[in-house]
Design a binder for this molecule. Sequence first.
Ligand code: NAG
Ligand code: NAG
Ligand code: NAG
Ligand code: NAG
Ligand code: NAG
Length: 413
Amino acid sequence: MDARRRLCLVAAVLLAAAAAAEGYNITKILGEHPEYSQFNKLLTQTRLAADINKRRTITVLVVANGDMGALAAGRTLQTIRHILQMHVLVDYYGAKKLHQLAHGVTASSSMFQESGAAPGMSGYVNITQHRGGHVTFTAEDASDSASPVSFVKSVKEIPYDLSVLQISKVLSSPEAEAPVAAPAPVNITELLSKKYCKSFAGLLAADADAFSTVNATKDNGLTLFCPVDAAVASFMPKYKNLTAKAKTAILLYHAVPDYYSLQLLTSNSGKVSTLATSSVAKKDYSFDVSKDGETAALDTKVITASVTATVKDDDPLAVYAVSKFLQPKELFKVAKDLAPAPAPEGPKKKSSKKKPSAASSPSDDDDDSAADSPDDDSGSDVDAADKAGAAPPMLARWVTAAAATVAALALAT
Ligand SMILES: *[C@@H]1O[C@H](CO)[C@@H](O)[C@H](O)[C@H]1NC(C)=O
Ligand SMILES: *[C@@H]1O[C@H](CO)[C@@H](O)[C@H](O)[C@H]1NC(C)=O
Ligand SMILES: *[C@@H]1O[C@H](CO)[C@@H](O)[C@H](O)[C@H]1NC(C)=O
Ligand SMILES: *[C@@H]1O[C@H](CO)[C@@H](O)[C@H](O)[C@H]1NC(C)=O
Ligand SMILES: *[C@@H]1O[C@H](CO)[C@@H](O)[C@H](O)[C@H]1NC(C)=O
């Protein structure tokens, strides 16, 4: 394939990624309205804000500070999360649609229903249009004595992705309000040691920096990919060769600071950032996730690993066993020339505002030994990829140029 055609493909991939990456940030949207600050703060504390940002075609029913009642009083974050999930409808209702309901009534599923924690139909919200245009919202399991909750006004509408509507008070739902205990503290070392990943647990426990970073993130949304014992054993010679700094980075490279169920992981294919991304300045340390049959494939450009088992999947923490030690392109040479691949869908979340990745290579390379020896022995900031050949920096420049073009076009319209 000639260079021009490749450039076109790269540009097409970037455009697709840029379009998909155009997300919103509910925290920022509500931040412009101080009257919803309490609701906004709870969305962040319960990590629901991140879930909302990942979604499209949803409606958030917000409540003003003065109407919050005792929503948060004496409740665990897990219970508050259920209540707030009830306020996120998984369909788009702009003010216009609200007033044009067929037969004047509809039942909408909420994120509480989707969470699987809602028994029966209790995670549904009835929307009713009354005579005179008055619209009310009622949780399906609300008691008959619960007073109606009214639509107040439209706060923000991004058709048909996100609608934010103010309602008169918190929806009453006995099921969502049912107390949920805070989860028992998780001992990461113990968890990993029990299944598949004893060796990786040992490496992590031995690295104080990496361990404390992972440990501090586990309650705020974390997906950890632990290489199975055999994968660690075969990688050990290379691992031992790394500097202390690079060891910490490669361990953190296995941790994604967000919760992904396997279903989310495979349906939300795209680039993910890791704890190494945030820990090592000016380094990308991301990898691509894609669906691979029933499981997920992780492509670092150096190796492709697949998820072989679920060690734990309990929001906010997911741990998956993977077939190989993940080798970042920042520390190891990329496996082969970058061949254009089908456009990976950009991750449907805000984190993708970072430099978009170049086209990923087809990921059938199973040869672990194809990777070179570590190139970062000195622990210096020299990018291994820069030394590895002209292709990656070249692509990086195209990426930057194409991104600038996209930005310019966006400004021009
Ligand atoms: C969303 O906006 C808030 C407030 O402006 C900011 O602190 C946060 O980092 C943003 N989140 C993302 C994922 O960009
Ligand atoms: C919700 O609407 C359905 C019909 O659309 C009705 O059967 C049900 O009783 C309503 N529930 C509440 C709590 O209003
Ligand atoms: C976690 O488990 C490991 C292995 O079972 C143990 O050595 C360690 O003391 C535990 N840590 C805490 C904080 O309980
Ligand atoms: C890990 O985090 C927990 C809190 O979730 C804390 O109690 C524990 O001391 C931490 N362990 C280490 C070794 O830092
Ligand atoms: C370790 O590093 C040395 C010196 O850079 C190199 O010669 C050797 O091949 C490396 N070993 C492995 C297993 O990568």
